[in-house]
Write a protein that binds this ligand. Structure first.
Ligand SMILES: [Zn+2]
Ligand SMILES: [Zn+2]
Length: 237
């Protein structure tokens, strides 16, 4: 754990002790078991009627969008409840770059019900390359997986899936270049066979990384793959 993160953790714990029930986002008093107030939570933009394949908004609930009906994604089910914009984007960026983990945890404390009752036996966070992990000090997807694991009582496997190629940033690349960039970027060697897994990512953008990982997971015989995230961008690629 990096020094900065220890500092933030201690600061947050002290602030929770001194102010036992204040919204972590705006600071108004809340019920003791809550972390974020209803006003702040309702200000977060949620995806309306998300497609169960790609997570993009639909007219009607519980359906696959025409794109996913025509060509189903490499996973069976996606959950990514928030739109990656405005304050959600701010919270996720603070999470990733300023180690403000408590806010993302507060979001999960309001949302974990969405991930309950899914047929999943293990949570697998999307890994960072070891060099990136060293640089950042933590893997934000692993942190999310650990919080979900506590709420849902599903274990985390953060060793079987490894990022073995340090890929350049995916943003700004065409879909073809993204795919090329990701070829052989991941290796999966589970200690025990799994039937159904949830891949955990902090934010869904193009899904190219997840598709590449799905290929590796399927090679090991996993039949049911879900993708769980906190937020997604609203572009179909
Ligand atoms: Zn608030
Ligand atoms: Zn879709």
């Amino acid at each position: 754990m990096s020094g900065r993160r220890i500092y933030f953790n201690i600061r947050n714990k002290i602030s929770c002790l001194l102010n036992p029930a204040l919204c972590l986002s705006c600071g108004i008093p809340i019920r003791a078991e809550e972390l974020i107030c209803e006003i702040c939570f309702s200000a977060l933009q949620q995806v309306q009627n998300p497609c169960t394949g790609c997570g993009l908004p639909q007219k009607y609930p519980g359906r696959l969008c025409p794109t996913c009906l025509h060509h189903h994604p490499d996973w069976q089910h996606m959950i990514a409840p928030l739109v990656y914009t405005g304050s959600v984007r701010q919270i996720m960026q603070d999470y990733k770059f300023n180690e403000q983990i408590h806010l993302a945890n507060a979001l999960l404390s309001c949302l974990y019900g969405l991930y309950q009752q899914r047929p999943v036996e293990i949570l697998i966070p999307v890994p960072l390359h070891p060099l990136r992990l060293l640089e950042r000090g933590f893997n934000q997807s692993n942190e999310i997986a650990q919080v979900l694991s506590r709420y849902l009582n599903i274990p985390v496997d953060n060793t079987s899936l490894q990022r073995i190629k340090s890929t350049q940033s995916q943003s700004g690349l065409s879909l073809n270049k993204r795919r090329k960039n990701l070829l052989k970027a991941f290796a999966f060697s589970p200690q025990q066979p799994y039937q159904s897994v949830a891949l955990i990512d902090d934010v869904i953008t193009s899904g190219s990384t997840l598709s590449e990982i799905c290929k590796q997971l399927k090679k090991s015989g996993i039949e049911h793959i879900e993708v769980w995230s906190l937020a997604r961008t609203l572009r179909h690629e």
